[in-house]
Design a protein around this ligand. Structure first.
Ligand SMILES: [Zn+2]
Length: 258
């Protein structure tokens, strides 16, 4: 059976009950879908760790930009983060969800940048891919990544990629980072994003599929709760747009489970 990967979702989100997650993972196991569950804070990560016992689950540890200012209050926040990674090195496959969001939370810019930059540093130190959230901060994210990439190649996934700015797309292509496409690509109004997807493919870019579930539900389920197994809808949509199923070049993860 063809393997599928949901490169970014949130099994630990409060919208899912543990029973629901069990059901989700049963379906994913039957359908050969590997689920990459991201964390937005320490509490999420604890929940994800439990789910990582399941053969189809890979786990990410990160501090979401909305959460950055909260952990930043602890004067030992860096040690706290590093200690978590050291303790769970066998389980952690991604550093995510991390990033910058200047759209909703402009007043926490400083804390967001410090926390994100620290994760970029750790991604090199521990050889872990970054799963990056960026909103109204694409340029700033690329600048930070480029600074570190000069020393050592980074594996950076731009989760839920929606930027239609050609300059940003080109920077990601040049650096061989990854484009994560999710539910938005199925929306009727996404004509510009579809053109970007084609451009990325035609220029040999790295394309990954994800759901960001329980958020950003694809058509025809838009408006309802999202699930990791809906990633098959994203795959089908991208296959249709690109007229090929040969778009996933590599999986940026070390994975002993596969
Ligand atoms: Zn997310």
């Amino acid at each position: 059976m063809i393997p599928y990967f949901d490169l970014h979702c949130h099994l630990a989100d409060e919208q899912y009950t543990p029973e629901e997650v069990k059901n989700i993972l049963d379906i994913c196991q039957k359908e050969n879908i590997t689920v990459c569950s991201m964390s937005t804070n320490f509490e999420d990560f604890e929940i994800n760790l439990k789910y990582s016992e399941h053969p189809n689950v890979l786990v990410g540890f990160g501090i979401h930009p909305y959460e950055a200012h909260k952990i930043h209050k602890n004067p030992k926040w860096q040690e706290q983060i590093q200690k978590t990674i050291e303790e769970h090195q066998q389980k952690i496959k991604f550093l995510g969800e991390v990033g910058l969001d200047f759209y909703k939370t402009k007043d926490t810019l400083y804390q967001q940048i410090e926390v994100f930059e620290y994760f970029v540093y750790l991604s090199q130190k521990y050889n872990l891919p970054l799963s990056i959230h960026t909103r109204s901060a694409e340029k700033e994210v690329c600048d930070i990544l480029a600074k570190y990439q000069k020393q050592k190649k980074l594996t950076a996934i731009f989760h839920c990629f929606t930027s239609t700015e050609k300059d940003i797309v080109k920077i990601i292509l040049e650096n061989e980072w990854y484009f994560g496409f999710g539910g938005i690509i199925t929306f009727k109004k996404s004509t510009e994003l579809i053109e970007i997807l084609k451009y990325v493919y035609n220029n040999g870019g790295n394309i990954l599929c994800e759901t960001d579930s329980p958020y950003i539900t694809p058509e025809p389920y838009r408006g309802k709760k999202n699930y990791p197994y809906f990633v098959k809808i994203i795959y089908q949509k991208i296959e249709k747009i690109l007229n090929t199923s040969n778009f996933i070049r590599t999986l940026p993860v070390r994975n002993e489970k596969l």
